[in-house]
Ligand binder design. Structure first.
Ligand SMILES: [Zn+2]
Ligand SMILES: [Zn+2]
Length: 119
């Protein structure tokens, strides 16, 4: 798939910073020591704030996350890790979902996790 926009420099910065898990195919980001928070971030030229690495990876393949209104009335589009590994930056493992859909997916995942614990 052709690269869109000026994402090639962002991709170049990602090179060598993740390892590929041969079982799950996750591209696991190598976190720097002491990094906090849920998702790893990366500094990108021309942008003031660090960007989420999984978002940079997704956008480098599929283009910018849309800012258009969501069909279900959600206030924004979000990216969901279908592999459940928040360190993963494999665009194939990341799905574009609406905020509402995302909340639903995670409440179902939590319910499934509770069932698994109870079993
Ligand atoms: Zn993954
Ligand atoms: Zn998610």
């Amino acid at each position: 798939m052709p690269l869109k926009g000026n994402s090639s420099s962002a991709l170049a910065r990602m090179q060598g910073k993740f390892t590929i898990n041969i079982i799950t195919r996750c591209h696991e980001w190598q976190r720097s020591h002491g990094s906090q928070g849920r998702y790893p971030t990366i500094s990108i030229e021309g942008s003031k704030r660090p960007q989420y690495v999984h978002r940079v990876a997704w956008e480098s393949v599929y283009g910018p996350v849309p800012t258009s209104p969501c069909p279900d009335g959600s206030h924004r589009w979000e990216l969901h890790h279908s592999c459940g590994n928040h360190n993963c930056v494999n665009a194939d493992h990341i799905r574009l979902v609406t905020h509402r859909e995302h909340m639903r997916i995670h409440s179902e995942l939590r319910a499934a996790a509770r069932l698994a614990e109870a079993a």
